[in-house]
Design a protein around this ligand. Structure first.
Ligand SMILES: *Cc1c(COP(=O)(O)O)cnc(C)c1O
Length: 623
C-alpha cells in the first residue's frame, strides 16, 4: 500500500484513506464506525448517471464537520478556560458563495447561533434571505453605499442582528445620514488596524499596511465624532481581521493581545463594546507538515481557540471588564475540506524510452559515447553517468545546429539520451544518492495530460502557488513506477500542477502508474472547498465543471443530494457576449455556401451541422 508515500495519514484528516483494494476511500468524520466509500466507484456511478469528469465533488458531512469542529472547539475551550462570554461565528460568504453551501451552513449552524459575513451588497442580499437563528450575527464588511447601509439598518426591524463595520470615517457620515433619514439606529462595528503583522502568504497586507480599516488616530477621531453625533451607544463591535491562512499560532496570540488592548481602551473611553470579532486566519494544514510554512499550520483548531479565548479572558480580567462575545469569520477552515476536484488523465508525454538504442554506421562518435554510458552505470558512478550523458547529448545538438549531424541521427541521439536517463533514474531510485541528482532528474519527468482547467477549478494554484494534496485515486496496492507533472487542457503552459505533497515533503513531480488502455486513471485534488469555486475564470473558454454533492450513507454507499451541471459551450460563449444562435447561423450560412458550390455533399452538411450543434450544447471539457 502506498498511503505512506503520499503522506495521506498526515494531511488526510482521517477523511481520506486507502481501501484494501487499493482504491481511495472517503470516511465519514461524523460517523467514524461507518464503512468508507470508494471514490473511483462514486465516479463510475456518477458517470453512469451521465455526470462526466471533471467533477467537483462536495461531501455533505465534510462540510458539516468543518462547522461542528469550529464551533465545538470554541465551546469546549470556553468551558475549560472558564470564559464567561460565548462564541458566535460567522461564515464569510466570499469563501464559498454557492447557495447550497451557504444554506447548509446556516441550517447546521442554527444550534450554534452561527451567522454570516457579507463583504458586498450582493452578499448582504444573500444573507438577508437566510433563516438565521435569533442570536446570529450578520457582519457587514467592505465598502458600502447608501443602499447597502439602508438595507443593513432596516433589516434590524426584521430581527436580524446586522452590524455595519465602519471601514473609514467617511462611511460613518453615510450611516449617520441614512439612519437619521429612516429614524432607526444601526448596530455599528469598527475595523481597527493592528500594528502587528502576521507571517504567511498575506504578510505584506497585514498590520498597518492593511488597505482596510482605521488606524489608531482615526479610531480616536471616530469616537469623538460618534460622541458628538450621539451614535456612541451604537458601537458594539470591534473588528480585527488577523489575515488568512495564518501559519503560526504565536502570531494569533500576539495580534489578539494587541486587539484586546484596543478593546480595553475603547471601553475605558465609554464605548459599549460587546463583541470582539477577530476575522479570518484560521488555517488548514494542506501539506500535513504541521509547521509554520505558507501551506501548513503549526497548530490545531483547539490551540487556535485556546490562544484566543485565554488571551481575551486574561486581558478582560486584568481590566476588570466583562468577557465579550468572541466572533471569528473563519471561512477556509469551515469549507476547505468539503470538496475535491476529480479528473481523468487523457494522455501522457513520456520522457523515457524502453528500447536500447544502437549507433549506426557513420554516426558521429559522440553517439557511441552516449550509448556506452550505460556500460559503466553503477550506483557509485550514477552522477558521473548523468553528467556524461548530458554532455554527449549537448555536443550532438551543437553538431546538428552546425549541419554536421542530420535529422535522423539527431533523433536517434535524443532517444538514446532518454533511454540512458531512464536507466540512471532507475539506479538512483534503487540506491538513492545525495547531491544534485534528484533535482536534476526531476527536470525529465513525464507529463500527464489531464481533463481539467487549472484557471477555472484551481485558480489559487496558478495565482498564489497554493498547494493542495493531489493523489491518484486507484492502484495504491501497486508501487507507482513513474513521476509526472500534471498538465491541464488549456493551451497555456502555466496550466499545470507541479508541486506535490509527499510523505517526505514537497516534490515537483507526482508518483503515478503507467496508464492502461482499459482504465480511466483518476486523479483527485483535495481540499478545494474554499475560494476555488468562483475565483476561477474562463481561460480558453473552459467553463464550470460539474458539481455534485453527495451524502455518505454509512454503509459504503452514497446518495446524490444535489447536482449542478457544468457550463455548456453555448453558456460560456454567451458569458463573453457571443450569441450562440448567431454563431450557428453564421456557420450554417458558410456550410450552405459550400453545398451550393458543390464542395460539400448533403450528407456532409448534416454531419457538420449536427457536430456544431452538439458541441454548442455539450460540456466544455473533453468528453
Ligand atoms: C477573506 C476574509 C475572511 C475569511 O478568512 P479565512 O482565512 O478564509 O478564514 C474573513 N474576514 C474577512 C474580512 C475577510 O476578508
Amino acid at each position: 500500500m502506498t498511503s505512506s508515500l503520499y503522506g495521506i495519514d498526515a494531511w488526510g484528516h482521517g477523511l481520506v484513506n486507502v481501501l484494501p483494494d487499493g482504491n481511495i476511500g472517503l470516511s465519514d468524520p461524523l460517523n467514524r464506525e461507518a464503512e468508507p466509500v470508494s471514490l473511483p466507484e462514486i465516479v463510475r456511478d456518477l458517470k453512469d448517471r451521465g455526470i462526466a469528469t471533471p467533477i467537483q465533488l462536495r461531501v455533505q458531512s465534510f462540510l458539516d464537520y468543518g462547522l461542528h469542529r469550529l464551533c465545538a472547539a470554541f465551546g469546549e475551550t470556553i468551558e475549560q478556560v472558564g470564559y464567561k462570554g460565548v462564541y458566535r461565528g460567522v461564515f464569510p460568504i466570499k469563501v464559498n458563495q454557492q447557495s447550497e453551501v451557504v444554506s447548509r451552513l446556516v441550517e447546521v449552524g442554527q444550534q450554534y447561533g452561527y451567522g454570516l459575513e457579507a463583504g458586498s451588497k450582493p452578499e448582504l442580499i444573500v444573507a438577508l434571505a437566510q433563516p438565521l437563528a435569533k442570536d446570529s450575527l450578520i457582519i457587514c464588511n467592505g465598502v458600502k453605499d447608501d443602499e447597502f447601509i439602508r438595507l443593513a439598518i432596516l433589516s434590524r426591524k426584521l430581527g436580524f442582528n446586522t452590524v455595519i463595520v465602519l471601514e473609514s470615517l467617511k462611511e460613518f457620515e453615510i450611516v449617520r445620514r441614512v439612519s437619521d433619514e429612516i429614524g432607526v439606529k444601526p448596530m455599528l462595528g469598527v475595523r481597527v488596524k493592528l500594528t502587528q503583522t502576521v507571517t504567511g502568504k498575506w504578510e505584506a497586507s497585514s498590520g498597518d499596511r492593511s488597505s482596510f480599516g482605521l488606524g489608531t488616530y482615526e479610531v480616536v477621531q471616530l469616537i469623538d465624532r460618534l460622541t458628538e453625533t450621539g451614535f456612541l451607544d451604537c458601537l458594539v463591535l470591534q473588528h480585527n481581521h488577523l489575515g488568512s491562512q495564518v501559519p503560526n499560532v504565536i502570531d494569533v496570540r500576539r495580534t489578539v493581545t494587541e486587539a484586546t488592548r484596543f478593546f480595553v481602551e475603547l471601553r475605558k473611553m465609554g464605548v459599549p463594546l460587546e463583541y470582539l470579532d477577530l476575522g479570518g486566519g484560521l488555517g488548514i494544514d494542506y501539506t500535513g507538515e504541521n509547521n509554520s510554512t505558507d501551506n501548513s499550520v503549526n497548530y490545531s483548531v483547539e490551540e487556535y481557540c485556546t490562544a484566543i479565548v485565554e488571551t481575551v479572558g486574561y486581558a478582560m480580567d486584568e481590566a476588570g471588564l466583562p468577557h465579550p462575545t468572541i466572533v471569528t469569520e473563519s471561512g477556509r477552515f469551515v469549507t476547505a475540506l468539503s470538496s475535491m476536484l476529480i479528473f481523468d488523465v487523457l494522455d501522457a508525454t513520456y520522457y523515457d524510452v524502453p528500447d536500447k538504442p544502437a549507433p549506426r554506421e557513420g554516426d558521429h562518435h559522440y553517439m557511441s559515447d552516449l550509448v556506452a554510458v550505460e556500460g559503466y552505470l553503477e550506483p557509485r558512478r550514477v552522477q558521473e553517468c548523468y553528467n556524461d550523458a548530458v554532455y554527449y547529448r549537448d555536443e550532438i545538438r551543437a553538431l546538428f545546429r552546425r549541419g554536421v549531424v542530420d535529422l535522423r541521427q539527431m533523433g536517434r541521439a535524443e532517444r538514446a539520451f532518454l533511454y540512458t536517463l531512464a536507466r540512471i533514474a532507475q539506479v538512483n531510485r534503487e540506491h538513492p544518492s545525495s547531491g544534485d541528482l534528484d533535482a536534476q532528474l526531476e527536470a525529465y519527468v513525464d507529463y500527464y495530460h489531464c481533463n481539467f482547467s487549472l484557471f477555472q477549478s484551481l485558480p489559487d494554484v496558478w495565482a498564489i502557488d497554493q498547494i493542495h494534496p493531489v493523489i491518484p485515486l486507484q492502484r495504491h496496492d501497486e508501487a507507482p513506477t513513474r513521476r509526472a507533472i500534471l498538465t491541464d487542457i488549456t493551451c497555456d503552459s502555466d496550466g499545470k500542477i507541479s508541486h506535490f505533497v509527499l510523505e517526505d515533503g514537497l516534490h515537483k513531480a507526482l508518483p503515478v502508474h503507467d496508464l492502461r488502455d482499459d482504465e480511466d486513471y483518476l486523479i483527485g485534488v483535495f481540499f478545494v472547498g474554499a475560494y476555488q469555486e468562483t475565483l476561477g475564470d474562463l481561460h480558453n473558454l473552459f467553463g464550470d465543471a460539474n458539481v455534485v454533492t453527495i451524502a455518505l450513507d454509512g454503509e459504503g454507499g452514497f446518495s446524490v443530494e444535489h447536482e449542478t451541471e457544468g457550463d455548456s459551450i453555448a453558456e460560456v460563449l454567451s458569458y463573453v457576449e457571443y450569441d450562440p444562435q448567431d454563431c450557428l447561423a453564421a456557420f450554417r450560412k458558410r456550410v450552405d455556401g459550400a453545398v451550393a458550390r458543390r464542395d460539400l455533399s448533403a450528407d456532409e452538411r448534416r454531419v457538420l451541422i449536427s457536430a456544431y450543434k452538439d458541441s454548442l450544447a455539450g460540456y466544455t471539457y473533453f468528453e
